[in-house]
Design a protein around this ligand. Structure first.
Ligand code: HEM
Length: 326
């Protein structure tokens, strides 16, 4: 081969090599050599923090969801507002509602001291979500890793792309398909509401004057309605909390779906899955009678959600402080 031929071949090789690296998919074991203890560090911090606060696993799973639905899974949700930067924390669905930021800080600090500048905040969110499922009794899965962190956030995206609890089934499906997820992913991931809490303001519209009808939502079972009305009276504390799963609030199981069949869903967006005739209701029935089917589908749908538009090399950065875009 001539020298010119060799140089040309090398260019072609490196062009395709970098193209393929740039497009590279997330992978399990991504930190196996660069930070072998990464996953065990996250797990032990999630476990320590859960001993202090039993709600924390729910809050961490939700953080990953709100991260992935806005600009992809890039840790944009963790960025703090400053005088020159607007993050997502003040968006309607996030403000005074998202929790767990301090635990992410603790995990990041621990990772930085073991392997400086290696593990992204976006990957921490994905690993912590898996560990949160496991610690509450839910399924485990191998987390695909290699996400990098954004230097930007989108307040308008957080306001418009995270589904509302007032949505109908069709609106919920559209919000998920807009992110490349399926209707089935939506039915399945809604099952994360088997743990965690919601403020009265997230569902009080259903209790007294549903959609301006002057009546409560008729799909709420009478005894459950009474207890919600007394927990969240009109003019009462809108920040008071109720469990999303009235039966087993801190255990990750399939009880959420059984609740729906009994008219005991807390949010409108939960209850409509069983009251709207169609595929959603079929899934609710199937999951309520088959926990292992719910668990294996949940693991698959969490992987799908974690794959939404990740930043991979050469894009994005590894933040040293998850709150700061540098
Ligand atoms: C299908 C559309 C969804 C809607 C409309 C929705 C809406 C909500 C709302 C309104 C709350 C209560 C917030 C508050 O009152 O402060 C909540 C809590 C929660 N959501 Fe969702 N959500 C949806 C899907 C998801 C998904 C896909 C996940 C995760 C995979 C998830 C995980 C959670 C968890 C675990 C909590 C409890 C958080 C805590 O206790 O800190 N949600 N959700």
């Amino acid at each position: 081969m001539t020298l010119v031929g060799f140089v040309l071949m090398s260019y072609v090789f490196f062009f395709f090599f970098f193209l393929s690296v740039g497009r590279c998919q997330l992978q399990t074991g991504f930190y196996a050599s660069s930070c072998p203890n990464a996953e065990s560090i996250v797990k032990s911090e999630v476990s320590k923090a859960t001993q202090q606060d039993s709600r924390l696993p729910a809050s961490l799973i939700r953080l990953h969801f709100h991260d992935c639905f806005v600009q992809g899974c890039d840790a944009s949700v963790l960025l703090d507002d400053t005088s020159s930067f607007t993050g997502e924390k003040t968006a309607g669905p996030n403000n005074n509602s998202l929790r767990g930021f301090e635990v992410i800080d603790t995990i990041k600090a621990s990772l930085e001291s073991s392997c400086k500048g290696v593990v992204s905040c976006a990957d921490i969110l994905a690993i912590a979500a898996r560990d949160s499922s496991v610690i509450t009794g839910g399924p485990s899965w191998d987390v695909r890793l290699g996400r990098r962190d954004s230097t930007t956030a989108s307040l308008s995206g957080a306001n418009s792309q995270i589904p509302s609890p007032a949505f109908t089934v069709n609106q919920l499906i559209s919000a998920f398909t807009a992110k490349g997820l399926s209707a089935e992913d939506m039915f399945t991931l809604s099952g994360a509401h088997t743990i965690g809490q919601a403020k009265c303001s997230s569902f009080s519209g259903r209790l007294f004057n549903n959609s301006g009808s002057g009546q409560p939502d008729p799909s709420i079972r009478p005894g459950f309605l009474k207890s919600l009305q007394s927990a969240c009276p009109q003019g009462g504390d809108a920040t008071a909390l109720q469990p999303l799963d009235v039966a087993t609030a801190t255990t990750f199981d399939n009880q959420y779906y059984s609740n729906l069949l009994l008219g005991r869903g807390l949010l409108n967006s939960d209850q409509v899955l069983s009251t709207t005739v169609g595929t959603a209701r079929n899934f609710v029935k199937a999951y309520s009678s088959d926990q292992s089917k719910f668990f294996s589908n949940f693991a698959g749908s969490m992987i799908n959600m974690g794959n939404i538009s990740p930043l991979t090399t050469p894009n994005g950065i590894i933040r040293s402080n998850c709150r700061v875009p540098s």
